[in-house]
Design a protein around this ligand. Structure first.
Ligand code: SF4
Length: 886
């Protein structure tokens, strides 16, 4: 293990915060925000702060395996290389594919892309970043001629108006949210508008929330463009000299009047006008957009509808203004730069451009170069299902959970003749389909670079040794490539070599013709690479002293053939009538989990905020369907089914439900929401519409509900519904069954362990049964059953697992399920850092007189560490204030 502190980068979201990791003598790792990193200046959110809890080796894949048997590296690599080679020779280059991830590093990505496009000769390499920002890429390319994010994070602080579209920034990019919140505190005249069908933690910051109907952003921005015309807010000079396409773009929407926008968005005309006037009057406007824009069948049009407004007003590339796409993953941007998408070449060069193909092929001195786009993620797995792709290598991602129509993805992998999975974990829902498992280095062990949402390249540095037989991805890919016969192109000894090659390629025949140029780093020494500070591209010349803050397009020069920015016509598409479907399902992230929980699911602290899969549903819909709060609901579509907890809330619009994307078969019986989403994609970007699925919702017919705490994770859970989460000691499990069990004692013994002393309580008249299991005076577990959701105090029971011994006179108290008089129930955890629950915060507000987030922080410490919960605390204060007023 490294001694001393190491500067690295957070592996979660696209903010790309700098982290200082300090291995401690006891084997733990202390995590702090890096005060010098320009993305976060020392801040970290709840996920970043808890990184030290996710570094254990339990569940790790530590050795290569073939068909579930441990093998040495030579055997595994030979098997992968020979099977890929034979498949290509028998069925052609397009019969094999790589599916990679925004979690892997630039150097890993670069080598994978080089292997497929330059040596195999197929572009069948796509990435899970297709699911998060492909529509932004496509929109950028249509408007700018390049996939360029024009602005910087600083613009979000300099703006007088920040418009957040389809972005729950407070939960999904918390540090950026905190930067905006801090700027607004400093300059109260700064305005924030949130455009989102849901009320979220982010809307707490909004001066104006436009709760639009799902997928109506194109209409909203059509109305804005018309308003900018009628209010005389256009920058005519910029429009005439620096853009093209104005006539067609305007013609496509000029007949869309305010009434039509109000009708489409279901937002009152006065509110729309207030928004339009705010934008028209504010030159320093930044429009931030994220998955709510991208994950749609009209995602690319939404992006261009937003960019059109910025081009028409010339508000782009200058401090405090511009369109700003926020990526989801830590290296989604890096994946775009290396050409990790099936329709791009390395260094933002284009597959369809013969000149670009020549540049890349001659630089690589590769035997061939792919000359047509490969299959995008959804189509790629359809081709696996159809048998067209016969060998697939999946790296660092979990498509059996994250892709739409996820059960079909599982079936496709089951039927695929050869599946290779490189991962850090032994058991994911995807590794179970692998013929060959390759153990990859995890965060904290690997070295390389990532690019965040503001084009800033930062180092990920190792501070832990490689455990077992684990290897970095770039080395595994290079070793397979060499065994496939491609010795020349993959003879790398160190990660810095790959970075230098990548930087050198970016400068080939560039001279300002392409946006992505880091040629100034092409000769970086190994030592300088080690010390490499975060830099924002372009870096065409190496200048030793920063400040490295770069914007694009302020000079009105774009990367289109005529150097003009393009306005793109975005006509309104016919909207799906709500009558065509019972509910619109929107999916997204929760505050404390990341993707399919392979890392955050290891942290008890992070698992406490949302401990099971749920769906938000409006009280009107819940009443109509006889769905009681906290009962279970089934979400169904023709693709599949999920069972989740009902969270009845007015924050959700009627006719819509929201469910998180995170839960997998490892943490729940049926929480995989990807299973119910169809594979509809945006026709331009190929990005799936993960925020607009059509589903039916109904009550889950539970004959019983249960809750358990257990010291060990049970080997199997036989209930129709279960969801499990780790606690600091042991596990918490929510359960339900469609049929009453005949043998509750046997069920409890299976759950709690059968060599413990079992205390029980049973009331046949109410159907309530309770068990507490002890061994040597210590609680081994407790299990509660009833006809409705179990009202036991979860936090108190979890605490009892940590007690060394339960006094004999207190043993029966466990069966009561709560701590008795004088012991208040903290309620659902809001502040993960200090384990402060909603009831404690409400008490501090109502009885303690706390009227601000800071006052609650002074009283309880809640919100005073990472700050991720501050918007929720503000929401609780606001809700209580409304109730008091009523
Ligand atoms: Fe990591 Fe949080 Fe920063 Fe995102 S905002 S990079 S999750 S610490």
């Amino acid at each position: 293990m490294t001694t001393g502190s190491v500067k690295t980068t957070c592996p979660y979201c696209g903010v790309g915060c700098g982290v200082i990791a300090t291995p401690e003598p006891d084997g733990s790792v202390t995590i702090k925000g890096d005060p010098d990193h320009p993305a976060n200046f020392g801040r970290l959110c709840s996920k970043g702060s808890a990184l030290g809890e996710t570094l254990g080796l339990e569940d790790r894949l530590l050795h290569p395996e073939i068909d579930g048997e441990r093998v040495d590296w030579d055997t595994a690599l030979d098997r992968v290389a020979s099977t890929f080679r034979e498949t290509i020779s028998q069925h052609g280059p397009d019969s094999v594919a790589l599916y990679v991830s925004g979690q892997i590093l630039i150097e890993d990505y670069y080598v994978a892309n080089k292997l497929m496009k330059g040596y195999v000769g197929s572009a069948n390499i796509d990435t899970n970043s297709r699911l998060c920002m492909a529509s932004s890429v496509a929109g950028h390319k249509r408007a700018f001629g390049s996939d360029t994010v024009p602005g910087t994070y600083r613009d979000l602080e300099l703006a007088d108006l920040v418009v957040l579209v389809g972005s729950n920034l407070a939960w999904c990019h918390p540090v950026l949210y905190q930067r905006i919140a801090a700027a607004k505190l400093e300059r109260p005249e700064m305005r924030v508008v949130v455009i989102d069908p849901r009320v979220t933690a982010t809307t707490e910051l909004a001066d104006l929330h436009l709760q639009i109907a799902p997928d109506t952003d194109v209409a909203l921005f059509a109305g804005l463009l018309n308003h900018l015309v009628s209010s005389g807010s256009l920058d005519k000079r910029f429009l005439v000299h620096q853009t093209s396409g104005w006539g067609d773009a305007l013609r496509a929407i000029k007949d869309v009047d305010l009434g039509e926008v109000a009708n489409a968005t279901q937002v009152e005309a006065e509110t729309l006008t207030a928004f339009y006037e705010m934008v028209a009057a504010t030159e320093k406007t930044v429009t931030v957009y994220s998955q709510g824009v991208n994950q749609s069948t009209t995602g690319t049009d939404k992006v261009n509808a937003i960019i059109n407004c910025h081009l028409a007003t010339g508000r782009i590339g200058r401090p405090g203004m511009g369109p700003f796409s926020i990526t989801g993953q830590p290296n989604a941007m890096g994946g775009r730069e290396v050409g990790g998408l099936a329709n791009m070449l390395a260094c933002h060069m284009e597959l369809e451009n013969a000149d670009h193909r020549r540049i890349v092929q001659s630089f690589w001195e590769s035997p061939r170069i792919a000359d047509k786009p490969g299959l995008k993620a959804v189509d790629l797995f359809k081709a696996v299902a159809d048998g067209k792709v016969k060998a697939i290598w999946i790296m660092g991602t979990n498509p059996v959970d994250s892709l739409p129509d996820a059960d079909k993805v599982a079936a496709a992998l089951e039927a695929c003749p050869f599946v290779v999975v490189s991962d850090v974990l032994r058991q994911t829902d995807t590794t179970r389909y692998a013929d060959v498992l390759l153990p990859a280095a995890a965060w904290g062990e690997k070295s390389g670079t990532v690019t965040n949402s503001e084009r800033r390249i930062s180092r990920q540095r190792p501070f832990l040794p490689l455990p077992g037989a684990v290897r970095p991805d770039w080395r595994i890919i290079s070793d397979v490539a060499k065994r496939m016969g491609f010795h020349m192109g993959f003879d790398y000894e160190a990660v810095a070599e790959i970075f230098r090659e990548f930087a050198m390629l970016s400068a080939q025949e560039n001279s300002g013709r392409r946006d992505f140029d880091i040629g100034g780093l092409a000769n970086i020494t190994d030592e300088a690479f080690e010390d490499f500070p975060p830099v924002q591209w372009p870096v065409s010349d190496l200048v030793e002293d920063g400040p490295w803050e770069k914007r694009f397009f302020a000079d009105g020069r774009f990367f289109t053939p005529d150097t003009k920015g393009r306005l793109v016509p975005t006509p309104l598409k016919e909207k799906l009538s709500i009558e065509d479907t019972e509910f619109v399902l929107n999916t997204g992230r929760v505050r404390d989990h990341w993707h399919t929980m392979t890392r955050t699911g290891l942290s008890p602290r992070l698992s406490a905020h949302m401990a099971e899969p749920y769906c938000e549903i409006h009280p009107g819909d819940a009443a109509r369907l006889a769905i009681e709060p906290a009962t279970l609901v089934e979400i169904e579509s023709s693709q599949g089914r999920a069972v989740v907890r009902a969270l009845v809330t007015k924050r959700q619009q009627e006719g819509t439900v929201f469910a998180p994307m995170h839960w997998t078969g490892r943490f729940s019986s049926a929480g995989r929401i990807g299973a119910v989403i169809d594979g509809a994609v945006d026709p331009v970007s190929g990005q799936p519409a993960l925020k607009m699925a059509h589903v039916a919702v109904k009550p889950f017919k539970a004959a019983w509900y249960g809750f358990a705490v257990t010291r060990s994770r049970p080997g199997s859970l036989s209930a129709s519904y279960w969801a499990i989460a780790p606690c600091i000691e042991g596990w918490r499990i929510e359960l339900a069954g469609e049929n009453l069990e005949e043998d509750w004692v046997g069920f409890a013994q299976n759950l709690l362990g059968d060599n413990a002393e079992l205390l029980s309580f049973s009331d046949p008249s109410t159907g309530r049964v309770r068990f507490a299991a002890y061994r040597d005076g210590r609680l081994q577990g407790a299990f509660f059953v009833g006809p409705e959701p179990v009202p036991a105090s979860r936090s108190w029971l979890i605490e009892q697992l940590r007690e060394v011994e339960i006094a004999p006179h207190d043993r029966l108290r466990i069966l009561a399920g709560r701590g008795g008089p004088g012991r208040s129930e903290p309620g659902a955890i809001i502040c993960s850092c200090f384990s402060i629950g909603i009831n404690q915060i409400a008490e501090a507000v109502t009885s303690g007189g706390c009227r601000s987030v800071d006052a609650v922080g002074n009283a309880l410490s809640a919100g005073t560490n990472c700050g991720s919960c501050r918007s929720e605390i503000q929401g609780i204060i606001n809700d209580l204030a409304v109730r008091e007023a009523v």
